[in-house]
Design a protein around this ligand. Structure first.
Ligand SMILES: Nc1nc2c(c(=O)[nH]1)N[C@H]1C(S)=C(S)[C@@H](COP(=O)(O)OP(=O)(O)OC[C@H]3O[C@@H](n4cnc5c(=O)[nH]c(N)nc54)[C@H](O)[C@@H]3O)O[C@H]1N2
Ligand SMILES: Nc1nc2c(c(=O)[nH]1)N[C@H]1C(S)=C(S)[C@@H](COP(=O)(O)OP(=O)(O)OC[C@H]3O[C@@H](n4cnc5c(=O)[nH]c(N)nc54)[C@H](O)[C@@H]3O)O[C@H]1N2
Ligand SMILES: [Mo]
Length: 692
């Protein structure tokens, strides 16, 4: 985007038509960030809690940081190991290095501090599937859109979400081209904005593991696999065949509602296409078999020879990666959660356990929490209980732009910057680009009010605590507390495309990126598909087709009783003008955006419900009243409501809108989480619906 700035304000945000990859395509939420940057309700000074939740007074940075440090010292003295935690929210994944350094800050204070994040509402199952097959969680695999002839999208709605975990601004154009060459098949309980454009296969929520396992079964049973790949580059193929033999398309059909013949045909088309990939996202990441489902997606891509093939299933590199690829994360299950004994994933703790960790006394009880760009009261199940629990902490600090449903419970809210006010390098998602590019974007506005970069805030707290800086070890020798962009420049220069500090003069530095490539630098025409194999990190370099956990999950799937047919299953959805919980204060975005419960005409008729009625939706966890919208775009037996609504706090337009927090219906009981990943169950929740 290009921001036009005048008199210290952004007056306009335009697409950058010269951009090497977006070629002028932007989402309407991008320009809306100017309204957030200049929102009169944005917080611009540190705030200290004065009274009840939401009651704050402005204080100076020094007052805030001094008091935070002294409270932290008291927590460390009294609480012992594990008393400190961090929660990293979604927007942190879009600031340079930020998704990593907020938990590094926690670990600098306490080596066993808990790192909560959005991962357990989002990508945990994908991460774990990659760990099982490839022996390492990063980087994410994705479809090589430009060369693909046949693409299955399962549980994803990219026309609205813009392709999660794939960095391709022109994705829509590529989807159209794939469909023209072959097909894009959308497996979803709702005839989504994406499904309407391509081929739609409706599916019963939370039954994808059946569909995908039976496709694997059929491919093996019919000899459609890529024999060279399966025999020479994988281990465990014969064990997988045995473990999966009983999951026939007939059996799967009874569970997922797709006719057996259609399952077989889909598997044959997938295996037979010149190039193909199957991509799954959120809709297959938060069910009761989320990990198994994601394992089956990777498995289908591998056994048909799609992994590491152009137009197939690939991974890439980030400009801060060295030749050996991204850093290695702590092993799966290296630690277990204090609540519920769940395995850790990439060193992170299931956010679903947050409330109980605070309220359960004993060793390791959480006493101090830093929330960076997160709104877990809205985004995790049991927000009402979490809100109460947050009030019991000795210290809650929120780094945010607003007083939110979550930050209103904090002792301190510290004002953060929007991306217009900070320097950024495309880093976190650079390895997921089918057409890779690198871009460094300096700030276009000074920090508004007293807003500060999260990194500088953390380092200021560490300094007061007598600890070295977050990146002390990575700083240049004369910098114990290097500026963030010095750390980033160092990593880029040492990285795959870097100038190696003069050794490779044609290589990149931040300075060069800024001066010569303001519209981004294309580092390759296309992602190097074959190099994906280099990033397989199992000890023998082969893909592991059957992990012991997968074997157990396949047995659990087959032992699962058939669900009752009269039950309604609740799933989520995203809207173009919304971004999770936090863009509802922008008039332009919310004008045409109202949350409703989508219900099929058949289900509505049975319950004597009319379009626009108020209805009560109840689950084992709670009950809410919402407005209903009758539509045959949603399959019978399924209802859908978007998350992130029911705002309260200091964003008054957002708080004045209709809608409820749908996570009051999802379960915060640890027993209800998917146990191998710790992921919370957000899609396919059993509910009843009746007229209010
Ligand atoms: N406009 C907009 N864009 C966004 C966001 C936003 O809030 N608004 N959020 C961003 C974020 S944080 C993320 S993680 C990405 C997510 O990107 P996507 O994964 O593409 O997002 P969703 O729109 O939630 O799509 C999930 C789809 O899964 C379907 N689904 C639900 N349950 C099931 C099931 O059991 N089986 C199957 N097969 N399908 C199911 C839903 O109907 C829905 O169409 O989007 C990002 N982009
Ligand atoms: N039922 C249901 N629940 C869901 C989902 C679903 O599909 N259904 N989706 C899940 C998914 S995929 C996700 S990613 C999570 C999101 O969950 P969270 O990350 O916990 O919540 P967000 O709504 O993204 O809130 C982000 C917060 O960061 C603040 N913020 C924005 N930019 C910045 C910044 O640059 N710096 C700082 N410090 N703060 C900033 C915003 O004001 C906001 O308060 O929700 C999850 N919850
Ligand atoms: Mo997400």
């Amino acid at each position: 985007m290009i921001a036009d700035v005048s008199g210290g304000r952004i007056v306009k945000v335009r697409p950058d038509r010269d951009h090497v990859t977006s070629e002028g395509h932007i989402c309407l939420k991008g320009p809306a960030m100017a309204s957030i940057t200049h929102d009169p309700e944005r917080i611009l000074t540190p705030l200290r809690r004065k009274g009840a939740a939401g009651d704050f007074e402005p204080v100076s940075w020094d007052e805030a940081l001094d008091d935070i440090a002294s409270r932290l010292k008291a927590v460390t003295a009294a609480g012992g190991p594990g008393a400190i935690g961090t929660y990293t929210g979604n927007p942190a994944a879009f600031g340079t290095l930020r998704y990593g350094y907020s938990s590094m800050f926690g670990r600098a204070l306490d080596p066993v501090s808990k790192a909560f994040s959005v991962t357990h509402t989002d990508g945990a199952a994908k991460v774990l599937a990659q760990e099982f097959l490839y022996g390492g969680v990063a980087p994410f695999t994705f479809p090589d859109l430009p060369g693909c002839d046949f693409l299955i999208l399962i549980g994803a709605n990219p026309v609205i979400s813009h392709m999660s975990l794939i960095t391709e601004p022109r994705a829509r154009k590529y989807l159209d081209e794939i469909h023209a060459r072959g097909a894009v098949v959308v497996v979803d309980p709702r005839k989504t904005e994406t499904a309407r454009l391509f081929e739609h296969v409706p599916i019963r929520p939370d039954s994808d593991a059946w569909l995908l396992a039976s496709m694997v079964q059929h491919i093996f049973a019919s000899g459609l696999e890529d024999r060279d790949v399966v025999e020479q580059r994988c281990t465990g193929a014969s064990e997988l065949r045995v473990a999966i033999a009983g999951i026939t398309p007939e059996l799967a059909s009874a569970r997922c509602g797709i006719p057996a013949e259609q399952i077989r045909t889909l598997a044959e088309r997938f295996a037979g296409a010149r190039t193909a990939a199957i991509y799954g996202r959120l809709g297959v990441c938060r069910g009761s078999f989320a990990t198994l489902t994601n394992v089956m997606i990777e498995t289908l891509n591998v056994i048909t020879g799609r992994f590491g093939a152009p137009g197939g299933w690939v991974s890439g590199v980030s400009p801060i990666d060295g030749e050996d690829g991204p850093p290695v994360y702590p092993a799966y299950g290296a630690t277990r959660t204090r609540i519920g004994d769940l395995p850790s994933l990439m060193g992170t703790t299931s956010g679903g356990t947050l409330a109980k960790d605070i309220t359960t006394p004993g060793p390791g009880q959480l006493r101090a929490l830093f929330i960076d760009s997160g709104n877990p009261v809205s985004s995790y199940p049991g927000g009402d209980r979490l809100a109460d629990a947050l009030e019991q902490l000795d210290l809650l600090v929120s780094l945010d732009l607003y007083v939110t449903e979550t930050s209103r419970h904090a002792h301190y809210i510290l004002p953060a910057m929007t991306f217009f006010e900070r320097d950024d390098l495309t880093q976190m998602w650079a390895s997921n680009a089918p057409r890779p590019w690198v871009q460094y974007v300096p700030a276009v506005l000074p920090p508004q009010g007293e807003a500060r970069l999260e990194y500088d805030v953390y380092d200021a707290i560490l300094e007061r605590m007598g600890h070295p800086g977050i990146f002390a070890a990575r700083g240049t020798p004369d910098q114990a507390r290097p500026a963030l962009m010095d750390v980033v420049d160092h990593a880029v220069r040492a990285g795959v495309y870097g100038d190696r500090f003069g050794e490779r003069p044609e290589g990149l530095t931040l300075e060069r990126l800024q001066r010569e490539f303001p519209h981004g630098k294309r580092v390759a025409e296309r992602v190097d598909a074959a190099a994906s194999w280099k990033r397989v990190r199992t000890p023998d370099g082969k893909v592991r087709l059957l992990h012991t956990v997968t074997e157990k999950e396949l047995a659990r799937l087959q032992a699962e009783p058939s669900p009752a047919s009269d039950v309604l299953l609740l799933i989520g959805r995203r809207k173009l003008g919304s971004m999770n919980s936090w863009m509802h204060n922008v008039e332009r975005l919310v004008r045409s955006d109202r949350p409703t419960l989508l219900i099929n005409p058949h289900d509505a008729r049975n319950r004597q419900i009319r379009d626009g009625d108020k209805v009560i939706v109840s689950s084992a966890s709670g009950s809410v009243e919402v407005e209903v919208e009758i539509s045959d775009e949603i399959s019978a037996g399924t209802v859908s409501y978007p998350h992130g609504w029911g705002n309260k706090g200091g964003w008054s337009r957002a708080a004045s809108l209709p809608g409820v927090n749908i996570n009051l219906l999802t379960s915060s009981r640890v027993e209800d989480f998917e146990q191998v990943s710790g992921i919370v169950h957000l899609d396919g929740v059993k509910v009843t619906v009746s007229a209010a």
